[in-house]
Write a protein that binds this ligand. Sequence first.
Ligand code: FE
Length: 203
Amino acid sequence: MSEAHAPVESAAEEPDYFEVLVESMRELLVAKGLIGAGEVRAMVETLDAHDPTIGAALVARAWVDADFRARLRDDATAVVEQSGIDNYDQARFVVLEQTPDTHNLVVCTLCSCYPRALLGLPPDWYKSRPYRSRAVREPRAVLAGFGTDVADEVRIRVHDSNANMRYLVMPMRPAGTDGWTQEQLAALVTRDSMIGVSRARTP
Ligand code: FE
């Protein structure tokens, strides 16, 4: 977009409350020797290095490799760490498999806990109060809002994440993908399908 090249406004305005708070915290932590000046930047780099393609690769491999799928089901945390993925916030992972009978949906009712090492940073709606409260009270309506209709006979299970336990939903493999490579399949696995608000893309 051409707006990316628009001139940056000079900082005539006062910084807002949160900018002052963040900068003060950073200066205090550095001054007290609790963090190094480069650590915040390094953490931002780590956060930026993680995105949904990491989770999608795990799902696609599980679709084509039954042993891998079984290992993921048994101990997803171990598989993640053995796969060379940087589990930088030392989360414990649980993989939830979508089935024809059960649709899994993930929320953090308290805040924004999320499998960041596998999906990157959560979308804004995931952190919003309406999603956090409605996902538990009326999951079927929330899913419908995402364009995901779940039949009445399909059970919906809502999983509440916390600081130690992060859920990754494994969507069902779409029909019409026989013989597809892992890379082709991974392109069908969206972020939202790994949160459970939608299904994998269909070819
Ligand atoms: Fe949280």
